[in-house]
Design a protein around this ligand. Structure first.
Ligand code: 13P
Length: 250
């Protein structure tokens, strides 16, 4: 089954709206000819509207980096799915390890956010991955299976076909240490098998699983050549238009 590759930029807490617009201005001509991959830009919430306007008619999608599961309420500082939709976002990153690590997000919160994304027609980009301690203790597979199981609780298989998952080993994020293509390929295989157990083969075959963690222009193609890897979720190397366009083109 062929899945269209998806390359997503996670800009984290970088770029003001003006800087985000500047990026798009330089980036669009660099990827104008490419049709092989879908591209999603995930700026900070404050830059979403500027990026949505800047990518208009380019085919590039825009996503949030996080959201609350509630549609509205007294949750100071949070962004709701309705707000993401209202500014034109179509995707949302859920459960990034930085949210789990620094903002105490649990698997159960990730699950609530995923159910809310589905209800609100946002495509979730669900991040999972093991820490270095977990890998060294031989627990990688166990951790991935648990994260998938809780994240996908209550999800209707048909609604999961458009889901995007991202395997982001925590020890590879922002460290320059990438998982080898074989390591990542094996982790992706475990994730897809778990999705098949939980939601059936059809959903498992349709879901795109991205690799994230120190993806750069020079390692993107080796990772993408793994049959289980359907694209990349890129942090640092997505901040520069030229380097991100090279990853899109790998
Ligand atoms: P880096 O590409 O900077 O390692 O970040 C990966 C990441 O966290 C993407 O979500």
């Amino acid at each position: 089954m062929s899945r269209k590759p998806l390359i997503a930029a996670n800009w984290k807490m970088y770029k003001t709206p003006a800087q985000a617009e500047e990026f798009v201005k330089k980036f669009l001509p660099l990827v104008a000819e490419q049709t092989r991959a879908e591209i999603v830009l995930c700026p900070s919430a404050i830059s979403l509207a500027a990026v949505v306007a800047a990518v208009k008619d380019s085919g590039i999608a825009v996503g949030g980096q996080n959201m609350h599961w509630a549609e509205e309420g007294a949750y100071t500082g949070e962004t709701s799915p309705l707000m993401l939709k209202a500014v034109g976002a179509t995707h949302v990153i859920i459960g990034h390890s930085e949210r789990r690590q620094y903002f105490s997000e649990t698997d159960e919160m990730v699950n609530q956010k995923i159910l809310s994304a589905v209800k609100n027609n946002l495509t979730p980009i669900i991040c999972i991955g093991e820490t270095l301690d977990e890998r060294e203790a031989g627990k990688t597979e166990e951790v991935l299976l648990r994260q998938c199981q809780i994240a996908l609780k209550g999800v209707v298989p048909e609604s999961a076909e458009s889901f995007v998952m991202a395997y982001e080993p925590v020890w590879a994020i922002g460290t320059g240490r990438t998982a080898t293509p074989e390591m990542a390929g094996l982790a992706h295989f475990h994730i897809r098998s778990q999705v098949a157990r939980l939601l059936g083969r059809k959903a498992a075959d349709a879901i795109r699983i991205l690799y994230g963690g120190s993806v750069k222009p020079d390692n993107a193609s080796a990772l993408a050549n793994q049959p289980e890897i359907d694209g990349a979720l890129v942090g640092g190397a997505s901040l520069d238009p030229l380097s991100f366009s090279k990853i899109v083109d790998y």
